[in-house]
Design a protein around this ligand. Structure first.
Ligand SMILES: [Zn+2]
Length: 87
């Protein structure tokens, strides 16, 4: 069984478990604590950072809607927490 996928932007064959596939894991360093955001191999869609950026630019309206829907949820969570703290 092959783990190969085709890049959602250029169609090139790539291997999500390899280091050069995107989105890639990211990290936040805060007060000596590291938080890691893991991107599972099955959730990677692009063979390069350039392809991911190109895809986002080509689909900027859909991408903006996605970001807004996620951001809206985060704002709701913050508001809910503030309500709980005040109550
Ligand atoms: Zn590509």
């Amino acid at each position: 069984m092959s783990n190969a996928r085709h890049c959602a932007s250029c169609g090139k064959k790539y291997y999500p478990k390899a280091w050069n596939s995107y989105p890639e894991d990211d990290y936040i360093y805060d007060n000596g604590e590291t938080t890691r955001f893991v991107v599972r191999p099955q959730d990677k869609r692009f063979h390069s950072l350039g392809c991911m950026k190109e895809f986002i630019a080509k689909n900027s309206i859909a991408f903006a809607n996605l970001v807004d829907s996620i951001s809206y949820n985060k704002i709701q969570d913050i508001n809910n927490n503030q309500t709980i703290e005040k109550g």
